[in-house]
Design a protein around this ligand. Sequence first.
Ligand SMILES: [Zn+2]
Length: 256
Amino acid sequence: MVAWFDSHAHPELAGIPGEVEAMAAAGVTGVVAIGTSLEMSALAIVAAERFREAGIEAAAAIGLHPHDAGSAGLAGVEALEKLAGIAGVAAVGECGLDYFYEHSAREIQRQVFAAQVGLAREKGLALVIHTRDAWEDTFAILEGEALPERVVMHCFAGGPEEAKRSLDLGCFISFSGMVTFKNSGNIRDAALIVPADRMLVETDSPYLAPVPFRGKPNRIANVAVTGRFLAELRGEEPETLAAATYANARTAFAIT
Ligand SMILES: [Zn+2]
């Protein structure tokens, strides 16, 4: 039986009837529930607990998404700190920069991101990064900060050049259903150069369902669809890629 680990799912799905059964049917036995705000981070902690009760290897990430950076501010990062010590919390994130939507002003995005890099480092947690149309500033912040030991580039949307720079910084690179989209040649080129021991696979559910489910609400079970796509792209057996990405997720999120 192939076992898959979804390195990035939003917590809304934890309570949906049938979700755990669908995961089991697809061989998905690991997941990280990801926060985007204080409220969603608290929900991610509960979701991870529910998944663990259902026999799934699960951890939570607590973070302030760049969309929420403006409303949460640096006080939000201080409040986040209180959640960092709760059992099951493995990472700070998702956090980063989003200049595509720019729902928060760029300066406060940069401040709130840098503060969360520091929080992950101080607490010995992994760091989960969201970056969109903001590679240069993302790299500038990462290169300017002492990094946590384990850093994940989530929903990787760059090309080989950004992949190389991320790998040089020691990051894991996580591919979502976006890699299956027709216009994602650049992301596929990146997926071809990421070493097997640095690659993760994720759903980002309920968003970004992979082809042939594109446009529908995404499910955690679909991590197997994206995983198989990646294996075929790289000329690997699905079992090989599943085992590698599973082991990498356990390493990245220090799941023992
Ligand atoms: Zn994201």
